[in-house]
Design a binder for this molecule. Structure first.
Ligand SMILES: [Zn+2]
Length: 202
């Protein structure tokens, strides 16, 4: 099932996700001085390593197995940890697989999840720089549909179906610059991120 979904994934979705991932990664580096790199990590999704002094860049090591959508979530979550002041000198914050936290860290990760949700939906970040792409940023309809597991799955299937119709009708060239195409790309991107990080939903 998962393989079918990946094989059938419309090309524009992964392109939009990749562009969003690059945008958020650049934001982390420029605004929060977090340098990201990728490495094979066993049983860990990401490590945020803080230097001995606050004026030095922090390092974020992300598992090379993390999907693009997961990386987007991790960037928002890490930004929340930093906003909460969890990045103490020489302390490494460990992000485990979704839903798995070490007992001692559980309350901090929960706090970061709560703040990440507020950041993602633009409640703390007026410019929406760490939120979903522009066309769907303020869509209460999508947000409501993403709030529960069954409607989230149905929405994703519906959007992917719409994307296939769009390509099958061979109208993508005519509609490439349209608001409909942009909305569809952004909606797929938003849905992909919330599907891998349901804690972002209400
Ligand atoms: Zn965390």
């Amino acid at each position: 099932m998962a393989t079918e979904m990946i094989a059938g994934r419309p090309p524009a979705e992964s392109h939009t996700l990749r562009a969003e991932e690059e945008r958020l990664r650049a934001h982390l580096e420029q605004q929060l001085r977090v340098r990201t790199r990728f490495a094979p990590l066993a049983d860990v999704r990401a490590l945020l390593v803080s230097p001995d002094r606050d004026d030095r860049p922090k390092s974020l090591v992300v598992s090379s197995q993390a999907s693009i959508a997961e990386r987007i979530y991790l960037y928002v979550h890490v930004a929340a940890h930093i906003a909460l002041g969890h990045h103490l000198p020489l302390v490494t914050i460990v992000e485990g697989p979704p839903g798995v936290t070490r007992f001692t860290d559980a309350s901090r990760h929960r706090e970061a999840e709560d703040l990440a949700r507020a950041i993602w939906w633009g409640q703390t970040d007026k410019g929406g720089l760490l939120g979903p792409p522009a066309f769907v940023r303020h869509s209460t309809m999508l947000r409501r549909l993403l709030a529960s597991d069954p409607s989230r799955t149905a929405l994703r299937s519906l959007l992917i179906g719409m994307r296939h119709v769009y390509y099958d009708l061979r109208v993508e060239r005519a509609l490439a610059g349209s608001r409909l195409a942009a909305w569809l790309r952004d909606a797929l991107c938003l849905t992909a991120v919330v599907c891998v990080a349901p804690q972002l939903s209400d």
